[in-house]
Design a protein around this ligand. Sequence first.
Ligand SMILES: Cc1cc2nc3c(=O)[nH]c(=O)nc-3n(C[C@H](O)[C@H](O)[C@H](O)COP(=O)(O)OP(=O)(O)OC[C@H]3O[C@@H](n4cnc5c(N)ncnc54)[C@H](O)[C@@H]3O)c2cc1C
Length: 469
Amino acid sequence: MPNIEIATTTGRMLVLNAKAIEQFHTGLRGGHLLRGDGGYDAARKIYNAMIDHQPAIIARCAGATDVISAINLARNNGLLVSVRGGGHNVSGNAVCDGGLMIDLSPMKSVRVDPQGKTVRAEAGVTWGEFDRETQAFGLATTGGLVSTTGIAGLTLGGGLGWLMGKYGLACDNLISVDVLTADGRLLTASKSRNEDLFWGLRGGGGNFGIATSFEFQLHPVGPMLGGILIHRLDKAAEIIRFYDDFTRTSPDELGTFVAFVTSPEGERVVAIFVCYNGAVEEGQRILKPLREFGPPLADMIGPMPYVQVQRMMDDGFPAGRQNYWKSNFLKGLDSEAIEVIVDHVAQVPSPYSAVAIEQFSGAVNRVRMDATAFNHRNARYNLLIVGIWLDPAAKAENVKWVRDLWCAMEPFSSGGVYVNYLGQEADEGADRIKSAYGPEKYARLVALKEKYDPANLFRLNQNIRPRAG
Ligand SMILES: Cc1cc2nc3c(=O)[nH]c(=O)nc-3n(C[C@H](O)[C@H](O)[C@H](O)COP(=O)(O)OP(=O)(O)OC[C@H]3O[C@@H](n4cnc5c(N)ncnc54)[C@H](O)[C@@H]3O)c2cc1C
């Protein structure tokens, strides 16, 4: 095994000699990968094909002990570290360039307790895998809308999903989290143990340590009504005005969002995605006015298992495409804002791009604002502009389209942003990170960072900087 050069947090390169690498390798149950090894390229690839980073070492962790070895190697040598869960974060922070990538994706255990209605899942599990195991017992908890997204990154940032109106965010359903801190200690965080850490993990992202497993509360879920209503783009203003009124009084069981998309036939349309998490007959009754209004060009709503609802957007988000996203919470949904979106959607350069308006309601808003690090509980709508295209050479026009629309929507923005939708800090700016955590919570998060990661070992994330660091 040759010596290798590896990046440190100071930007300088360090030479790790063959003996140190060999020792690290033999100490890992899951093994490690270096440039040129079979499997190296597959392991460094993530959802967003725009990210082409090359870690010097990829630690393929099979369990908590492997993660401890990787943390110790990084801390003792001041290495640049990234942490990969499901690899879906568009910022690409999961993969470092030249440093040590701690890859949790081999950690796939899911243990359901059907009587207690709880589950413990490891950090490499995706929502598709999670739902498969819990739905075998008719159970589920709030999770991401695309089945290939990781449970880890999504939950640590908050976690929006179809069930949030009734059960809150993914992080609101956490019972406990096993976390390895920068000094290599394994801590359990819950309402009664390391409560400060538990508060920070529910919205503060990967700043405080590496979560190896998550224990969630489950709920009886499905079968249910789910599907899509399609409307013409030129009807967007009246459709969305009706939608806004309709969802103001809809029950917690109903989850919805609006998306401006291009149909397979190439037509720009407005889609309303729905999921009614309750009895199918009741869902039919509740959804009747929304389904009749317009009327829609197409109504694809029907009874289906929850796992099917959880996959209804998968085809629109395959891994391996170029992605550039920007988002903001909205003050409201007035017709001027809709006009701006419609004008831009009419000019969208890629048929794979979309603009989503995600509805927050019910249990998310009812959790006390100071109960978790997740901010923005008072929000009603989140705007997400998703730039997706195939040809890397088309970057400039696609990024410009996303940025132009985002700027045009600034007057309608509340100023807040969902941490899990943020891009690279260099592109977004440090102020946006503060907007994600919120000014009131930021100081508390900095104090927590200083307690659990004073040297900022975990810095490749939406970073909360310790004052000394
Ligand atoms: C197609 C798509 C659909 C999405 N849908 C939703 C949705 O429905 N709801 C929603 O809320 N969000 C959604 N998101 C955003 C998503 O929440 C974030 O991208 C999230 O970071 C993904 O988690 P991951 O584990 O897959 O990501 P990764 O890229 O692996 O991780 C992201 C970051 O999280 C941290 N991290 C990951 N695992 C750990 C760990 N075990 N311990 C400590 N830190 C860790 C690291 O800082 C890492 O850089 C979606 C994203 C995409 C691309």
